[in-house]
Design a protein around this ligand. Structure first.
Ligand code: SAM
Length: 272
């Protein structure tokens, strides 16, 4: 796909306007640029394309986000790590994980979630967490080996800065990167990649992007998951719908796909 580059004045104008808003000031420039470009082609009119860009961003980003006080969160984490108590650290992480719907829904299943996934993939020494949200704060439940590398990617720069401070507190190298994974699929070699609850979002950004991303990744295992509830909390037959759509997406690939079903999340482990 084509991402940022060239001199397209109207696209630049939309990008500037969108990034000046409080709601979207943290979003990756590449992400806004490629949506603005597409909306401009679609509408052929600056005003309509600006409205369309904001509306698309709301659908896949704004609707999930709540304003978060990262400074307060980091000082709570700092205090918890200073106690040296594993349970104090986990409790503080739980409080912060509650602030994003995707991780809030994962809290009741955390004790079994990674244990079941690692049974299929092996415990990773290197991990990619794609479109990670706040998920790196589930680190305590992953039981990664000493010296493991945790690469995290997201389009939200404030979240990435926060995650790198968290990694340092947790004794991990600060490997969170501000990167649009549709524009630039990560090329880092690692044992496992997580793409949790983000495939529908990526498909809204560009149809077919999940499959292209999976093809581009250089990891032997990719874990793709789906929420079993809609944003409004209703189930609406979503697991069956996601399973059908995902298996259709995978049908021409020679990969082995295993399914794990949790109370709040449907998971597919792909062996490439
Ligand atoms: C539904 S949340 C899922 C978060 C996390 N994977 C989890 O399951 O807890 C989607 C996340 O994807 C990020 N995101 C959306 N589009 C992206 C893209 N093209 N590249 C990188 N991150 C993206 C958003 O900022 C948000 O943090």
């Amino acid at each position: 796909m084509q991402c940022m580059g060239g001199a397209v004045t109207d696209v630049d104008e939309i990008v500037r306007t969108v990034l000046a808003t409080r709601k979207y000031r943290s979003v990756c420039l590449d992400t806004v640029w490629q949506i603005a470009r597409r909306e401009l082609v679609r509408h052929g009119d600056l005003k309509k394309a600006l409205k369309g860009t904001k509306s698309r961003l709301h659908q896949f980003y704004g609707a999930f986000e709540r304003e978060m006080d990262y400074e307060a969160a980091i000082s709570h984490l700092d205090a918890a790590f200073k106690t040296g108590s594993g349970s104090a650290i986990e409790e503080t992480c739980r409080e912060i994980l509650r602030m994003h719907q995707s991780t809030a829904e994962r809290l009741p299943i955390l004790d079994e979630f990674y244990a079941a996934i690692w049974t299929l993939t092996g415990v990773p020494h290197s991990l990619l967490d794609l479109a990670c949200g706040l998920n790196p704060l589930t680190l305590s439940w992953m039981h990664l080996p000493v010296g493991a590398q945790y690469f995290a990617f997201d389009i939200d720069v404030r979240r990435i800065a926060f995650l790198n401070r968290f990694f340092l507190l947790a004794g991990f190298p600060p490997l969170a990167t501000w990167q649009d994974i549709v524009c630039h699929p990560p090329q880092t070699n690692a044992d496992v990649a997580l793409l949790l609850k983000t495939s529908p979002t990526l498909e809204r950004q560009e149809k077919g992007s999940t499959r292209r991303l999976l093809q581009a990744l250089k990891t032997p295992f990719v874990v793709v998951s789906f929420s079993v509830k809609s944003l409004g909390g209703r189930e609406k037959g979503m697991p069956a719908h996601y399973e059908r759509a995902f298996l259709a997406m995978m049908k021409d690939e020679p990969w082995q796909v295993s399914k794990l079903t949790f109370e709040t999340e449907l998971v597919f482990v792909i062996g490439k």
